[in-house]
Ligand binder design. Structure first.
Ligand SMILES: [Zn+2]
Length: 210
């Protein structure tokens, strides 16, 4: 089986949005110091590393984590390579998205930004008309290999609102560096947390023989 882990490694010095809210992963009990066990505590923003934005993130009455069954998080996916800065409708129209594909993952040059220690503003993003195109295509999940699907500095967040307003989940913080473009089965398995707007995800792809 060809299994591809497309999640980012979660650690304290991970790149986070605008370099705010780095996660804290603290071990507070140590066997080598006489404690009965090794035990750690994690504190983090839910939008850290590989995570999924749910409608409630930008839509007042939008769906929250409780509203999605586990079955919603696996689907046929296509990885699309895009070396441009803005992913636009014209580009998307040139890609053949098979009828049964419900998730679109963008593999971009953003992986180079993850190698830097600091947050970068000039990442590749999906533009507004591109988002509308994916709504028309009845896509259920859109993923990208950096911390936001939206152009940096878009204060009204139109792309998030278009996607989430149509119940399209957004998978951010992917690592697609070692994955070729093409069709896969996507498993975007989130933590089971009550009533929130985003979920940390372990995401992976399986390549099946065609
Ligand atoms: Zn997010």
């Amino acid at each position: 089986m060809n299994l591809y882990d497309i999640s980012i490694l979660l650690k304290e010095d991970i790149v986070v949005w605008e370099d705010k809210f780095k996660p804290e992963i603290k071990q507070y009990s140590f066997i080598d110091k006489g404690d009965l066990s090794n035990t750690s505590c994690l504190k983090m923003d839910l939008h850290t590393g590989t995570h999924m934005d749910l409608p409630y993130h930008f839509i007042e009455e939008g769906k929250k984590s409780d509203d999605f069954d586990l079955g919603y998080f696996f689907m046929k996916a296509i990885v699309i390579e895009c070396r441009c800065t803005a992913i636009e409708r014209k580009f998307l129209e040139s890609v053949e998205i098979p009828e049964n594909v419900k998730a679109v993952l963008f593999k971009t040059n953003n992986y180079l930004l993850y190698r830097k220690k600091k947050f970068s503003k000039n990442y590749t993003y999906l533009d507004v008309d591109g988002a509308k195109f994916l709504v028309e295509k009845k896509i259920k999940l859109v993923g990208i290999d950096y911390l936001s699907i939206e152009k940096y500095g878009e204060n009204e967040f139109p792309v998030h609102k278009i996607l989430l307003g149509n119940n399209i989940l957004i998978l951010e913080g992917l690592n697609l560096e070692h994955v070729k473009d093409g069709k896969y089965d996507l498993f975007a398995v989130p933590l089971k947390i009550a009533n929130v707007e985003a979920l940390p995800v372990r995401a992976f792809l399986i390549k099946r023989e065609e």
